[in-house]
Write a protein of this length. Structure first.
Length: 232
């Protein structure tokens, strides 16, 4: 990997949770990726894309950084629409989303205050404001209540914080509420995290997976002889 040249870091990174709210290793991973993807197109990858073998590159990312920290960092970066990834036989192909804009100095010079205020903390200016939580936006209480319950249940079950894709997750719960009553959805959230179903157990237990498994979770339980036996 080339060590010459330079790459841009927007000052808006100071407003991004990765700067002050997330583990230091996550910021290292983000900067490492941003600085090592292709700055120009070549025969294998487009501009902003690159191949990484994180197991072998840990020492280059930083002293003490573990592969588990790299996995958690890349998971969060994906959920924050900062990167996309694709597994390969020898490692991972990473694409920095909106790389051209992030690395265009003219973009930052021409950004007006009004434009800056129309977006939340995310560094990726390409994200449509309709798909993120905008400051002072009123979120339907039932939708927020369900997402808060889901996040709490995730943390209890998985012992880590749930990394929300706010716009997408809110939209999913809003759609579910149009078909299923709120109290029923609350019960199904509990069933989801207690489920022993192979697909659910092997998934990332995201809101998207929960939404896709509603019919399975809401299937009526078959009565057994013990349910119908008279009490004595």
């Amino acid at each position: 990997m080339k060590r010459s040249g330079a790459f841009l870091i927007a000052r808006k990174i100071f407003d991004n949770p990765i700067w002050a709210e997330k583990p230091d290793s996550w910021l290292r991973v983000w900067l490492y990726i941003l600085g090592h993807v292709n700055w120009e197109k070549n025969g294998k990858f487009e501009r902003g894309e690159g191949f990484f073998d994180f197991n072998r590159e840990l020492r280059l990312i930083g002293k003490g950084v573990t592969i588990d920290q790299v996995r958690k960092a890349t998971t969060w970066l994906r959920s924050s629409t900062m990167i996309s990834t694709m597994k390969s036989t020898r490692g991972t192909i990473v694409k920095v989303l909106n790389y051209n804009r992030l690395q265009d100095y003219g973009h930052y010079k021409s950004s007006s205050k009004s434009t800056m205020k129309s977006h939340v903390w995310t560094e990726n200016e390409h994200v449509d404001t309709k798909e993120v939580i905008i400051k002072n936006t009123t979120v339907p209480s039932a939708t927020r209540e369900l997402l808060d319950l889901f996040r709490a249940s995730f943390k209890t079950s998985m012992e880590v914080e749930y990394l929300c894709n706010w716009g997408k997750d809110m939209k999913l719960f809003k759609g579910m509420l149009e078909q299923v009553e709120k109290d029923t959805l609350k019960k199904l959230v509990g069933e989801f995290f207690k489920s022993k179903d192979a697909f659910i157990v092997g998934s990332d237990r995201s809101v998207g997976v929960f939404s896709s498994q509603l019919n399975k979770l809401n299937k009526p339980r078959k009565l057994t002889i013990w349910d119908t036996a008279p009490t004595i």
